[in-house]
Design a protein around this ligand. Structure first.
Ligand code: SF4
Length: 211
């Protein structure tokens, strides 16, 4: 048995105790695929609070692919600013909505292959849509998942894509659905990018633990 397997099970138990919200309901908790898709595109290289505010402003004005496809880039820029790369993202959002309308009848597709063809969508965004929008087992690797799984010694990877592939081989499928949700909360609260709160951390056996 891979020696990381026991550590993984103990880690998921600890994280579920720390964040006991019923994550098995992910994907069925009322999140529609379209807002998940758009918010995740906005979130790239942007702080969570900024993304949430920008998403709120955007959806208050344009809540469907039809409406967003007809928007002017300048108006979208105004609404989503100051998310990172907002002029580029404004154009991508419009292209993505045109793609949904022309190829999928205005719906968000539910396969990785089709999602990756949507303008502005990379693997993290596609996997987020599968997990949070459709409740499918997938592993969205954002900065938190990438950093923490490397600190825990589960993977030794340089990019989120490498991490996703490594985790897909290592982590049992029953943990895929809640994985992103648990690690994002843990990464914000305790295993922070700078100054991880190791003395408060409930995960035993972490090779990166600092006193
Ligand atoms: S012990 Fe420290 S580095 Fe390891 S997972 Fe916990 S907070 Fe992160």
């Amino acid at each position: 048995m891979d020696p990381r397997a026991n550590h993984m099970e103990a880690t998921f138990r600890a994280l579920r105790r720390l964040y006991p919200e019923d994550t098995t309901a992910l994907g069925n908790r009322g999140e529609e695929p379209f807002p998940v898709l758009i918010s995740t595109i906005l979130s790239q290289r942007t702080r969570d609070e900024v993304t949430e505010e920008a998403s709120r402003r955007l959806f208050a004005r344009y809540s469907t692919p039809e409406a967003m496809a007809r928007a002017s880039p300048r108006d979208l820029e105004r609404l989503i600013r100051p998310v990172g790369f907002y002029p580029t993202k404004a154009r991508r959002l419009i292209e993505a909505c045109h793609h949904l309308l022309e190829r999928h009848g205005g719906r968000v597709p539910d396969t990785l292959e089709e999602l990756l063809r949507v303008p502005g969508v990379g693997r993290k965004t596609a996997n987020c849509v599968l997990v949070y929008g459709f409740g499918q087992e997938a592993i969205p690797v954002d900065t938190h998942v990438h950093r923490i799984t490397n600190r825990l010694g589960w993977v030794k990877t340089r990019s989120p894509e490498e991490t996703e592939m490594a985790l897909a081989r290592l982590v049992p499928r029953r943990h895929w659905l809640p994985l992103n949700h648990l690690f994002v909360q843990f990464g914000r609260d305790i295993c922070r990018p700078i100054g991880p709160q190791c003395p408060r951390c409930p995960i035993a056996g972490c090779p990166s633990r600092r006193a």
